[in-house]
Design a protein around this ligand. Structure first.
Ligand SMILES: *Cc1c(COP(=O)(O)O)cnc(C)c1O
Length: 370
């Protein structure tokens, strides 16, 4: 079995977990009292400005008190959904926060971190920030995952393997068989981090259930998820990680700020999990519109990468920055990709039908304008 303290830097091992005091819920449950004076955290008895209460009628107590530093209600819910223990869930101020937390905890100067390329830049940036070396596994000419190169890199025992599945910005993905071969090739001292920001869109037969696959692998692993994409809460900043082992999770918790997720975000995330219909509608809209967009782009002669996400990676066959600029003049925001080798690509999100038509109309307009 993998030793959960082995990926962790000495500096983190020497830090004690933050002592945040008790929440009202904990005191109620443990001491069976209802009338509680919460005087341990220097909070303001008046709470926030009345203006805020008019904007959000229920915001008072959520805004006044420090949030539960573990976000227990949310963690318990997620643990049940994933079939893991509560102490295997870590919350982040967006999953980007957790990418930073993991890199801070794990990457020593000179360490190698393997990632897929073109990549979500933060996987590379936080590695670089910690003095690590990024090894990029570039996609194939068909814009799919280069499994031979990935397995070869994994066999060289990197400190960490961190990539998004499906891949952002490309949209391609590792199938269950492919992820399984990666897991089998992992050295026990390599931490694997699978960033599943788009898992809700990708779910289906040819997309792996990473938690299930990793659970009995004997490896150290983290699966990252977010409420920013399919759950529609990007502005609230909340994401989470499912971690192989409670003690590895405990180490990672020491490397985050104690109150990294706010009370409104925690409560909203629980509400979002309860609304399965809204999630289903969001996914259906994205998948239907993605196929419509892809068909239209194909018909216009643009090459798109295979995508299981709520975006398409489209080759403009010319400088993407200029195309993005021309789209902006027509009121459309897309992301021109700037990493070497992919400067002719834009990443366009799947929006509402009207927004997508706006994009397609503007693109045709630019095409005819030459
Ligand atoms: C959007 C995205 C994130 C960031 O999500 P937040 O939870 O909003 O921080 C992380 N990873 C990938 C691959 C993403 O595309």
């Amino acid at each position: 079995m993998a030793n959960p303290s082995s990926p962790i830097r000495e500096e983190i091992r020497s830090i004690a977990p933050y002592n945040a005091g008790l929440t009202l819920e904990e005191v109620r449950a443990k001491y069976k009292v209802d009338d509680i004076a919460k005087l341990g955290s220097n909070e303001n008895p008046l709470g926030p400005s009345p203006t805020l209460r008019r904007l959000f009628p229920d915001i008072g107590e959520l805004a006044r008190l420090y949030p539960d530093p573990q976000g227990r209600a949310l963690c318990t819910r997620l643990a049940a959904d994933f079939g893991v223990e509560d102490n295997q869930v870590i919350l982040g101020n967006g999953s980007e926060d957790l990418i930073a937390v993991i890199c801070r905890s794990v990457v020593r100067p000179g360490d190698t971190v393997v990632t897929l390329y073109p990549s979500f830049p933060l996987h590379e940036d936080y590695t670089t920030l910690m003095g690590g070396k990024v090894e990029r596994i570039s996609v194939t000419a068909e814009l799919t995952v280069d499994m031979d190169a990935l397995l070869d890199a994994v066999s060289r025992k990197p400190r960490m393997l961190m990539f998004s599945n499906p891949m952002n910005p490309v949209g391609c993905w590792l199938t269950p068989a492919q992820l399984s071969s990666v897991v089998a090739a992992l050295h026990p001292e390599t931490l694997i981090v699978v960033d599943e920001a788009y898992a809700e869109y990708a779910a289906g037969e040819d997309y792996p259930n990473a938690v299930e696959m990793l659970r009995d692998s004997g490896r150290n692993w983290v699966v990252l998820r977010t409420f920013s994409k399919a759950f529609g809460l990007a502005g609230l900043r909340i994401g989470y990680g499912i971690v192989s082992d409670g003690s590895l999770c405990d180490f990672l918790n020491r490397a985050r700020t104690p109150f990294n997720t706010n009370a409104i975000a925690q409560a909203s995330a629980v509400t979002a999990l309860d609304d399965a219909d809204h999630l289903k509608r969001s996914i259906e809209l994205a998948l239907d519109e993605r196929e419509r967009m892809k068909a239209t782009l194909d018909a216009l002669g643009y090459r798109t990468a295979p995508s299981k996400c709520n975006f398409l990676f489209v080759d403009m066959r010319t400088g993407a920055t200029q195309v993005a600029e021309a789209l902006l003049r027509r009121g459309v925001i897309v992301k021109p990709w700037k990493q070497p080798g992919f400067e002719s690509f834009i990443r366009v999100s799947i929006g509402s039908r009207a927004e997508n038509d706006h994009f397609l109309g503007a693109l045709k307009d630019i095409g005819t304008a030459g």
